[in-house]
Ligand binder design. Structure first.
Ligand SMILES: C[S@@+](CC[C@H](N)C(=O)[O-])C[C@H]1O[C@@H](n2cnc3c(N)ncnc32)[C@H](O)[C@@H]1O
Length: 232
């Protein structure tokens, strides 16, 4: 199955250890998915495409630097954070995940894969970021909320001049149009949108935001409040 990754990311050097880690990841995911709800995708080839390759597509365009402080918000079963960490071991990864049982899964997964410099935090990001603002160089999110809600949720977490990258699907342009006012209120600028198309995955967009200056302290509001009354 590693051939799927090699075919679509030919420039990525993959060691035997990394290929084995990915295979162990798949096995552990399926084993634990029988006990708790982690993913609806269980066919091996589909997991390699829709979870593993999709998480890694960011490597085509984005260069991670050594020691970079990266946070994956709402990682669920580890996407994209854990998959990226396998292939870019030099980053320091924090995962903030609201569901305790998923955090337990992630901690065991980190041990199973012998990953270092990974911290799993069981909390809602809007709560955690109030106590620990401006911690990260880069914040990643995939399939957590719409852009307007998402950016508010993670707005305090990233350092000034830091980056937020959101994995988005084909409706990205609608989401961007609906969230323009929100970006400004939070002091973020949409700097770039990248597009990737892999038939087995579908359209994948990456939205890059830069935090220009501190986000006003009234944000993020409580999650329910954000959903009921978006800034935009
Ligand atoms: C649909 S899943 C996506 C998981 C993963 N990112 C993926 O792409 O497969 C959304 C995850 O975000 C978590 N989540 C939702 N709101 C959150 C919040 N405010 N803070 C932290 N985690 C949150 C949920 O518990 C869930 O595991």
């Amino acid at each position: 199955m590693i051939e799927i990754i090699k075919k679509h990311l030919p420039e990525l050097t993959i060691t035997t250890q990394q290929a084995e880690q990915l295979q162990k990841y798949y096995q552990y995911l399926i084993e634990q998915n029988a006990l708790m709800n982690l993913t609806t995708i269980t066919n091996e080839e589909e997991v390699y495409y829709k979870h593993f390759l999709d998480s890694l597509l960011l490597l085509k365009k984005y260069h991670f630097t050594d020691g970079m402080l990266v946070c994956d918000v709402g990682s669920g079963a580890g996407f994209p954070g854990i998959v990226l960490k396998i292939f870019v071991p030099q980053i320091r990864l924090t995962i903030i995940e609201a569901l305790e049982k998923r955090c337990r899964f992630l901690r065991n997964l980190v041990q199973t894969l012998s990953l270092t410099n990974v911290e799993i935090i069981h909390d809602r990001v809007e709560q955690y970021s109030r106590l620990h603002p401006e911690q990260f160089d880069l914040v990643l999110t995939r399939a957590v909320a719409n852009l307007s809600v998402l950016l508010e949720l993670v707005s305090q977490l990233v350092k000034v001049t830091g980056t937020v990258i959101c994995y988005k699907g084909p409706k990205v342009h609608e989401e961007i149009n609906g969230a323009q006012k929100t970006f400004g209120e939070l002091n973020f600028v949409l700097t770039k949108t990248d597009h990737e198309l892999v038939t087995e995955i579908g359209e994948r967009y990456f939205c890059y935001f830069t935090k220009m200056k501190k986000t006003p302290w009234k944000y993020p509001r409580h999650f329910n409040q954000i959903k009921k009354s978006p800034i935009g």
